[in-house]
Structures are given as structure tokens and as C-alpha cells.
Write a protein that binds this ligand. Structure first.
Ligand code: PRP
Ligand code: URA
Length: 207
């Protein structure tokens, strides 16, 4: 497993605005979309290229094109949805799968409620969820995808706790994790500190 911390100044600046409790739902959503696009640049950095002959208005050339990486973006509902638009701006041909999981408020364990994926198991999967707290939701989502036959999986989060990173690395050592920040830890309700609060509520304005 590799942990990629994408701490570009533009991303960190936008994340700081997201963390601020005074930031509105509209702004929060917009910033999450922008950061997801910027992070997508790194998540796709090692996609292999092939060369095809084309003709510019001046001459022929061997032009680099992405070599058949068929991508499926898989948001963990709900909050992962907020990262989809930024990625589809970069990869417009990507398919979108969905995994429905919510954290039980008492136990903090993930509860599964929805699963829908495109048929082609060879697709390269990018799982999105802004928050990697205990890691339970991400681990369960990845297990479900693997059981269904998907092999090439990456996890893209915005903010992680050290515990969440450790949980995913232990259970899924083959999955690379991309985050903008690994924060200090978790509080007694397993919320990330300093974090940004409840990502789903802040994206969808449900609090
Ligand atoms: C949040 C978040 C992750 C999960 C992280 O979702 O979006 O999916 O919690 O916590 P974990 O790493 O401890 O599992 P939540 O359960 O609040 O659901 P929601 O997105 O529908 O609001
Ligand atoms: N889910 C969230 O939305 N935020 C956290 O800090 C932890 C879990």
C-alpha cells in the first residue's frame, strides 16, 4: 500500500476554508468539487500512455493518448457523491458505481444498504469518500468490490485519521490511498479531529 498525501498549496487553502464551520453549504460543495478535480490529477498520474499517429495542421506526429484505462468512480454514499463531479471533469468517460453505507450512530460500524456497479470487472476503480475516520466504511466498501471481482482499486479521501489509514493498509495492503490531509486523530464519537465535521451534512445541508 502507498499513502499519497496530496498537499498542494491550492488544495490545502481550499481545505482550510472547508474546515471553517462558518463556510456555507454552497461553498463547501464547490470547494469539494474543485479539490476532487485537483486530486484526480495525482490519482491518475501513472495511467499508461500509448502513441497514435495524428496530423497537426503542420505535420504528422506520434501523439500520446491514455492507454485503455476504463475507469469507474465509486462514491460511498452519501458524502462520496460530493467528489464525483470533480473527477468526471477530468475523466468524462468514467462510469459511476454506487455503494451505500452509513455509520451506525451508536456502534460507529458501517451499515450496508446499496450496491450498483457496471458489469466490466476489469475497470479501474476509484472509491471516493471525503472522510476516512475509523476506516470501517472504506474497508467494507473495498471488500465488497473485491468479492464482486474488481482488482484494481484506489481510495480517494479528503481528510483521514491515522487510525483510518492504518485500518485500510492492514485490511487492503494492495489499495493505494490518496488524501489531502492526515489529521491528528479521532474524538470519543469517532469524528476526525480537527476534521471538518459531518461531511454528508455539510454537503447536503441536512443539519
Ligand atoms: C461518513 C463518511 C464515511 C464514514 C467514515 O459517512 O462519509 O463514509 O462516515 O467513517 P468511518 O471511517 O469511521 O467508517 P456517514 O456514515 O456519516 O454517512 P453519510 O455520508 O450518509 O452522511
Ligand atoms: N464522518 C464524517 O462525516 N466526519 C467525521 O469526522 C467522521 C465520520
Amino acid at each position: 500500500m502507498a499513502l499519497h498525501i496530496i498537499d498542494h498549496p491550492l488544495i490545502l487553502h481550499k481545505l482550510s476554508i472547508m474546515r471553517d464551520k462558518e463556510t456555507s453549504t454552497i461553498k463547501f460543495r464547490e470547494l469539494l468539487r474543485e479539490i476532487s478535480m485537483l486530486m484526480g490529477y495525482e490519482v491518475t498520474r501513472d495511467f499508461p500512455l500509448t502513441y497514435e499517429e495524428i496530423e497537426t495542421p503542420l505535420m504528422k506526429m506520434n501523439a500520446p493518448k491514455i492507454l485503455g484505462k476504463k475507469v469507474v468512480i465509486v462514491p460511498i454514499l452519501r458524502a462520496g457523491l460530493g467528489m464525483v463531479d470533480g473527477l468526471t471533469m477530468l475523466i468524462p468517460s468514467a462510469r459511476i458505481g454506487h455503494i451505500g453505507l452509513y455509520r451506525d450512530e451508536e456502534t460507529c460500524k458501517p451499515v450496508f444498504y446499496y450496491y450498483k456497479m457496471p458489469a466490466n470487472k476489469e475497470r479501474f476503480v476509484i472509491v471516493t469518500d471525503p472522510m476516512l475516520a475509523t476506516g470501517g466504511s472504506a474497508c467494507d466498501a473495498i471488500t465488497r468490490l473485491k468479492n464482486d471481482g474488481y482488482k484494481h482499486i484506489r481510495l480517494m479521501c479528503l481528510v483521514a485519521s491515522p487510525q483510518g489509514v492504518e485500518a485500510v493498509s492492514e485490511q487492503h495492503p494492495d489499495v493505494d490511498i490518496y488524501v489531502a490531509s492526515v489529521d491528528e486523530g479521532l474524538n470519543d464519537k469517532n469524528y476526525i479531529l480537527p476534521g471538518l465535521g459531518d461531511a454528508g451534512d455539510r454537503i447536503f445541508g441536512t443539519k
